[in-house]
Design a protein around this ligand. Structure first.
Ligand SMILES: Cc1cc2nc3c(=O)[nH]c(=O)nc-3n(C[C@H](O)[C@H](O)[C@H](O)COP(=O)(O)OP(=O)(O)OC[C@H]3O[C@@H](n4cnc5c(N)ncnc54)[C@H](O)[C@@H]3O)c2cc1C
Length: 452
């Protein structure tokens, strides 16, 4: 009898899942998920809660079609080979992962197995190697990548096939208890619901997506990270025909692009993609970093973003750009510190997406924001949170300031601050660095690195 093991990883769904499809057509299926101790250790409790909640949802989904999800605990390199041999499995099915550590793990496991192995690309719209420049490599600039990306035929999303389940070969390891139930519905049903809620807003996406106080984006990033919905299915449900839908789908092309770049150049996890910036002399002041993490920089828009992140595990994209730029360019703290903190704390924290975006913000990446573009946190705040609604939500101590004052409270007289109960240095900090000074310091530092 053929026994096909389907190893779920960042694809916690049955629809549009090529690994699941190929397992179901290769014999009696054993669906598994391996809880990797090293990954659990480096993940925030909130993200673990989302993972466990997604796993429970997948378990229900499998039970509803007569099956089960077998959860195992331990380094998959050690756990899988012996179990597959005990079960006399004839094939292993999984969706490939482009993150360097996952690729290395999969290579070791696949080399140690003597059974059929079916690796698929299920978590990107187009797999690495399919969108290439004239020189046969990944475009290093996004626009030509995107122009090519839109012209390539995409594989349709699969419907979940009927499965014939093998008898459950052992009892599942129990999941760690969920400490705080996620504030949103998890699993595939939650992902579809989010997409459904977003579709009526898509015509406003291009204009609304930059404003953190407007609920104008899809909020699908965590679903796409855990794979509770497949990006090809999102593409099909949204369509790419209108200007509005194309603007949204373009973001999924960025997602593919960062994944393709990481697949080609895994060293960018730790190293600037543009070697010109290898010699930046970072200040790496630990107290400044801590103030940034805690949302105590004295710049309201930066602090609001960092507090949103700490309290929810999410941050709006525009504010990610502002807070990231502030850390790197105003405080001259190595982007890798920020990347690590974001990856640990964000519920959508994802190696390729986070590294790609951090390198963009730092100006060190492929097609990055130029080094001399230094976001002014006050102007950004006035432009993208004009009324201060987002700031008031996350920094209630500033909520009585009017929409002109709220972006830079240190410019207000003590009398006016007193009237609204703001005491700088007591209940809200003074700015930890002056914007003009920080801007000049950053330009000099980057120029020095370029000259070296
Ligand atoms: C410093 C920094 C770090 C980031 N880290 C991550 C991360 O770890 N994981 C992550 O998924 N996104 C990351 N992003 C990208 C972006 O902020 C989030 O994908 C987005 O905010 C998620 O919200 P949404 O799903 O409502 O996005 P929408 O605007 O609805 O976009 C739809 C989808 O497109 C993709 N997308 C959108 N913007 C980007 C982008 N700039 N780069 C790549 N893909 C994008 C995401 O998958 C997103 O879910 C980061 C951005 C910055 C500036």
């Amino acid at each position: 009898m053929s026994i096909a093991v389907c190893w779920f990883r960042k694809d916690l769904r049955l629809n549009d899942n090529p690994a699941w499809g190929s397992a179901c057509s290769n014999g009696a299926v054993i669906p598994i998920f391996v809880l990797e101790p090293s990954l659990l250790e480096s993940t925030s409790q909130r993200k673990k809660d989302v993972l466990f909640s997604n796993l429970i949802a997948l378990q229900f989904e499998l039970e509803s079609v007569g099956g089960y999800l077998l959860t195992l605990y331990g380094p998959s390199k050690e756990v899988l080979p012996s179990l597959l041999s005990d079960w006399k499995a004839t094939s292993l099915h999984f969706n490939k992962d482009h993150a360097p550590a996952a690729k290395e793990r999969d290579k070791v496991i696949c080399e140690s197995l003597n059974i059929d192995q079916h690796g698929h690309w299920g978590n990107l719209i187009l797999p690495p190697g399919t969108v290439v420049s004239g020189s046969g490599s990944v475009h290093k600039v996004f626009t030509p990548f995107y122009k090519k990306w839109v012209t390539i035929d995409k594989v349709s999303a699969y419907e979940s096939p009927t499965a014939n389940f093998h008898t459950q070969p052992r009892i599942s390891e129990s999941l760690q208890p969920i400490r705080e139930t996620p504030s949103f519905e998890t699993g595939s049903s939650g992902a579809y619901q989010r997409l459904k809620n977003f579709l009526p807003k898509i015509s406003e996406y291009e204009t609304d997506r930059d404003y953190p106080s407007i609920n104008g984006t899809s909020l699908l990033s965590s679903d796409l990270h855990f794979g509770t919905i497949g990006p090809r299915e999102v593409l099909e449900l949204v369509g790419n025909e209108t200007e509005h839908s194309a603007s949204f789908i373009r973001q999924l092309a960025w997602r593919d692009w960062y994944a393709h770049l990481m697949d080609l150049s895994p060293e960018i996890v730790l190293s600037p993609a543009n070697p010109v910036y290898k010699k930046i002399e970072w200040r790496n002041d630990v107290d400044d970093f801590d103030n940034w993490v805690q949302g105590k920089t004295g710049y309201p828009i930066v602090d609001a973003g960092m507090r949103e992140l700490m309290e929810t595990g999410f941050m709006h994209n525009r504010v990610r750009m502002i807070t990231g730029s502030f850390l790197v360019k105003h405080l001259l703290i190595d982007w890798r510190w920020g990347e690590k903190y974001f990856r640990h704390t964000l519920i959508d924290g994802d190696t390729s997406q986070n590294v790609g975006n951090w390198q963009w913000v730092a100006g060190t990446g492929f097609d990055a924001s130029p080094y001399f573009r230094i976001f002014n946190p006050i102007r950004q705040s006035e432009k993208f949170d004009k009324e201060g609604t987002y700031i008031r939500k996350w920094i209630p101590e500033l909520s009585a300031l009017n929409s002109k004052q709220i972006h830079s409270p240190w410019e207000i007289s003590d009398e006016e601050l007193n009237e609204v109960g703001v005491r700088l240095g007591t209940n809200y900090p003074f700015p930890i660095v002056d914007h003009s000074f920080a801007r000049e310091r950053c330009l000099e530092t980057y120029k020095a690195a370029r000259a070296n």
